[in-house]
Design a protein around this ligand. Structure first.
Ligand code: SF4
Length: 471
């Protein structure tokens, strides 16, 4: 399945155990993320006022979140005035039903799709299939993921975990291609032959949306392959599904985001294809346009003063590419269509912190802060991670771990208690140490030594040495 939803099947630790043994994926990830990281640094350093742009982008998004209802109503009015139809979907089920109803009304047996994480979030493809409508992904990487019944592992490069030879074999098996070489041009050629026929024959398209402008009703999609432009212009019916947080107030707000998004994601100065459309235009493009505004937990997130900043995200994936945990564990370990640092704060919140497996995601971080530095809209991801960890801990109530931490706090609050504990520790550490290191700590503490060494307590602490110096 190419659409995986947002409900992790496993805890992050269990899922990461599986993915860490996939050496090919780790090699591919390391190679691609480090290449994009370097390119992004160069692309960003070309812009003298990058930090000013970040500030403007962040403030614009914050303003939208604070006035979301106003801008969404304005957007609805503008889209309707321009001949489009707006639908409100409270959750994934409603959004899927809306799309299926439109497809069935038009007798569509197939729809062509533009890469969209929002449609993956609502698990649209599988649902449409159940209603007899085949959803065909037209982005090359998404097509690869779909044909191999896999899940995307990166926001920007969903098939990052696949090798060229695998793709060649996949296309030979599923598209009837007769590729002998795994040259990128030949692989892309096979996809093009298959997709061209779909672009010219399928009458309905489904897309997501990068931005929508409240004052004009214009919807915007940026992409690199041109498949999006084909989907947005050739079919008779176009349905765009958009998370409610994607709205921007004014046309000129786009200027900032169209500067920042490509540099932060593909490290390009500009996306090769920037498509914008406003309602319907006679004899030009789709005859019918539907905009589905999706909530699916977002208004709940919006109510949270700290966590709501996750809704500023423009899905550039810069935070993924700088994250040491993502680089090693890979996107599948997050069990959601939103991987990496943004997934670690968005997925559990969209599920209202009620999903125990999703609630392990805020722990998928070393809190190094690289994601915050890279984020073009200045989402303080480490702050939200710590905040969400606090929520998870509170929800668990009193546990052995919380009792142990409370005891440690009590010990550390007074110097004499701390010194006493050190002395006791020194006396009792013998059975657990070898060659100057703790090898296996008992009980709850064993989690620490499971994958790390811990130096044994020194014969003399700094405080004792300091006292000895007569200070
Ligand atoms: S959180 Fe920031 S860096 Fe990460 S995908 Fe969203 S906008 Fe990009």
């Amino acid at each position: 399945m190419s659409d995986g939803g947002i409900h992790p099947a496993k805890t992050f630790v269990d899922a990461a155990h599986d993915t860490l043994s996939n050496t090919q994926m780790r090699r591919n990830l390391r190679h691609v993320t480090s290449a994009i990281r370097d390119k992004r640094t160069r692309a960003v350093s070309e812009v003298d006022n990058w930090e000013d742009l970040r500030e403007v982008a962040s403030q614009t998004k914050q303003h939208v979140l604070e006035n979301l209802e106003t801008y969404l109503l304005q957007l609805e009015e503008s889209v309707t005035r321009a001949g489009g139809q707006v639908h409100w979907a409270t959750d994934a089920r409603e959004a899927r039903e809306i799309v299926a109803k439109i497809a069935l009304k038009h007798g569509a047996k197939e729809v062509i799709k533009i890469k969209s994480i929002t449609t993956d979030e609502i698990e649209l493809n599988g649902f449409l299939q159940g209603r007899g409508v085949a959803a065909i992904e037209t982005d090359l990487a998404e097509l690869i993921v779909q044909l191999s019944h896999d899940r995307p592992s990166h926001i920007l490069v969903p098939a990052i975990h696949k090798n060229r030879s695998e793709v060649r074999d996949l296309f030979n098996a599923t598209l009837g291609a007769k590729l002998e070489s795994d040259e990128p041009a030949q692989i892309a050629g096979a996809a093009r032959t298959y997709l061209r026929e779909k672009f010219f024959s399928v009458k309905m398209a489904v897309s997501g949306a990068n931005f929508a402008i409240a004052e004009t009703g214009t919807v915007c999609i940026v992409e690199s392959e041109g498949n999006g432009r084909m989907c947005l212009t050739l079919p008779d019916v176009l349905v765009s599904i958009m998370g409610i947080e994607k709205v921007l107030p004014r046309w000129e707000d786009l200027a900032v985001f169209l500067e920042m998004l490509p540099r932060s994601s593909t490290a390009e100065r500009m996306n090769p294809y920037n498509s914008m459309w406003t309602g319907v235009t006679e004899n030009d493009g789709p005859k019918e346009f539907h905009l589905v505004l999706l909530d699916n937990g977002r208004t709940q997130v919006l109510r949270d003063e700290v966590g709501s900043q996750a809704l500023k995200c423009i899905r550039c994936s810069a935070c993924l590419n700088v994250c040491p945990v993502y680089e090693r564990a890979g996107g599948h370990a997050y069990g959601s269509v939103y991987p990496g640092p943004i997934g670690a704060i968005l997925t559990p919140q969209l599920l209202e912190m009620k999903d125990d497996k999703a609630n392990t995601l805020p722990y998928a971080s070393s809190l190094c802060g690289a994601c915050y530095d890279a984020c073009p809209v200045k989402i303080n991801i480490p702050e939200v991670l710590i905040y969400l960890r606090g929520k998870v801990t509170k929800k668990k109530g009193t546990t052995l771990e919380s009792l142990a931490l409370k005891s440690m706090l009590w010990v550390m609050q007074e110097p004499h208690r701390f010194e006493g504990a050190l002395k006791l520790g020194r006396l009792g550490q013998g059975p657990f140490t070898q060659n100057g290191k703790f090898t296996v700590l008992p009980g709850l503490l064993s989690g620490w030594t499971h994958s790390r060494d811990l130096p044994e307590l020194p014969k003399q602490s700094f405080r004792e040495w300091w006292k000895e110096q007569g200070q």
